[in-house]
Write a protein that binds this ligand. Structure first.
Ligand code: ARG
Length: 466
């Protein structure tokens, strides 16, 4: 027996799709979440059709009423999604047509190709705002922790070797910069999404007298002056997936930043560093070793970054070989986008939660930063101020470090007479260089880790985040 013909496009078919084909090709299982955007798009489209006289005001009102009802049903979880109707667009249109006869006119001058492009642009504009909100939340958690660590010093590292002393607040503020650039990237994605593709039809527009600017305005695709912004090429409108790739890129970068932060926290919580403890609420134990407290949230954050990069790779690969214009491959653009969105939101919330309960061990931090060798560079600067060229100063301090190693004594315990034999510019006050307070107080340039600068930066963040 022939399968039932497809209700929306089945006109030229004698048989309906195989069950396996339905399972393979449906997208409603993942695109149903576009319903609010799809409904907004349909309301605007109906309003435009009435505006240009393609439907009556009465028909428009009936369509709007029906869409409102469906929206409420979906919101209440009462809407019956049907797999055989393929996607969110046909599910909503069919349900509407069943209750509102005028809905048979809704798809006038519209294709699912410009419809899905519009839905997704509306989604991106909304989603970028949601991510921005969470990015600001993670920044606030970083700021609170930085304030809690006020004045605490640790070694800053290069090559994971102790390098120079920095304030913990300064180290944490580095991540605030990263997250701020992320916010800029998501704002740019939202701006790029702010062009309405509706009216491009399947690929070649329509012969009907539609008003694209009207629809764009209805949907909020407007510039700062309130002027409608519509896409400028009908083929590009339905084929383009740049914003998808940009969104996934921005999310992958958030993932990278959170992964690096997570790695720092993991190191700091290890017994080898011992700088901080992460909150129980975001750690787990071992099923075998009773003493263990593992930084699992941070490890999962590190892992998520791989997943976010994977989503970006999926999208950029999905798009690269496609001829213009729409190809059904593009249906698979949604799972990676929704996954990147969901995972980014959750990762940022987990980051904020993990940071919020963290506490520093001031004794362990002080011990780690107590090695005077961390200020060897400051000693070279001391020589520069005495007129020694930096390259020579570097060598001189290298010799001083070697002497300390040979004598198996900390740098600041060497006899002044011994170091003066290495270079006469090392006067009696050379030892003052190893005072951490002096080292901080001298770092006054913008962006440096001295207490004045760090304070200034933190108050800048405070202003920006409240
Ligand atoms: N579910 C489809 C997608 O997400 C909608 C567009 C379908 N267009 C088509 N010509 N079959 O891409």
């Amino acid at each position: 027996m022939a399968k039932k013909k497809q209700a929306t496009w089945g006109g030229r078919f004698t048989a309906g799709p195989a069950d396996l084909m339905l399972t393979f090709s449906e997208s409603v299982s993942f695109d149903a979440r576009l319903a609010p955007f799809d409904i907004a798009g349909s309301k605007a489209h109906a309003a435009m059709l009435a505006h240009v006289g393609l439907i009556t005001t009465r028909e428009r009102n009936a369509i709007h009423r029906g869409l409102k009802e469906i929206e409420a049903e979906i919101g209440a979880g009462k809407f019956k999604w049907r797999r055989e109707l393929e996607d969110v667009h046909m599910n909503i249109e069919q349900a509407l047509t069943q209750r509102v006869p005028a809905a048979a006119k809704l798809h006038t001058a519209r294709s699912r190709n410009d419809q899905v492009a519009t839905d997704m642009r509306l989604f991106f504009k909304w989603a970028c705002g949601e991510v921005d909100h969470r990015l600001a939340g993670a920044q606030r958690a970083l700021l609170a922790l930085a304030e809690q660590a006020d004045g605490l010093l640790i070694p800053g590292y290069t090559h994971l070797q102790r390098a120079q002393p920095v304030q913990i607040a300064h180290h944490l503020a580095a991540y605030m910069e990263m997250l701020d650039r992320d916010r800029g990237r998501f704002a740019a994605v939202a701006a790029n999404a702010n062009w309405c593709p509706l009216g491009a039809g399947a690929l070649a527009g329509t012969t009907l007298p539609i008003d694209r600017e009207f629809t764009a305005k209805e949907l909020g695709f407007v510039n700062a002056k309130g002027r409608p912004q519509v896409t400028q090429n009908s083929m590009d409108s339905v084929a383009d997936r740049d914003v998808f790739i940009e969104f996934a890129t921005a999310a992958a970068l958030v993932g990278t930043h959170l992964s690096r932060l997570a790695e720092d926290l993991i190191l700091w919580m290890s017994s080898e560093f011992g700088f901080l403890t992460l909150p129980d609420a975001f750690c787990t134990g071992s099923s075998l070793m009773p003493q263990k407290k593992n930084p699992d949230a941070c490890e999962i954050l590190r892992g998520k970054s791989a997943r976010l990069q994977g989503n970006l790779t999926t999208l950029i690969t999905l798009t690269k070989g496609l001829p213009l214009t729409y190809n059904r491959d593009l249906q698979d653009d949604k799972p990676p986008i929704f996954d990147s969105f969901d995972q980014t939101i959750m990762a940022l919330e987990v980051t904020a939660g993990t940071l919020t309960g963290a506490t520093f061990d001031a004794v362990a931090c002080a011990a780690a930063v107590s090695d005077p060798a961390l200020l060897a560079t400051d000693l070279a600067d001391y020589l520069v101020e005495a007129g020694v060229p930096f390259r020579d100063a570097h060598h001189v301090v290298g010799a001083v470090v070697k002497l300390a190693e040979d004598q198996q004594t900390p740098l600041d315990q060497l006899a002044t007479a011994d170091v003066q034999k290495i270079h006469p510019a090392l006067k009696a006050d050379w030892i003052e260089v190893f005072d951490l307070k002096r080292a901080g107080a001298r770092r006054i340039g913008t962006g440096m880790p001295g207490p004045k600068q760090v304070k200034k930066q933190l108050s800048r963040w405070k202003k920006r985040l409240t």
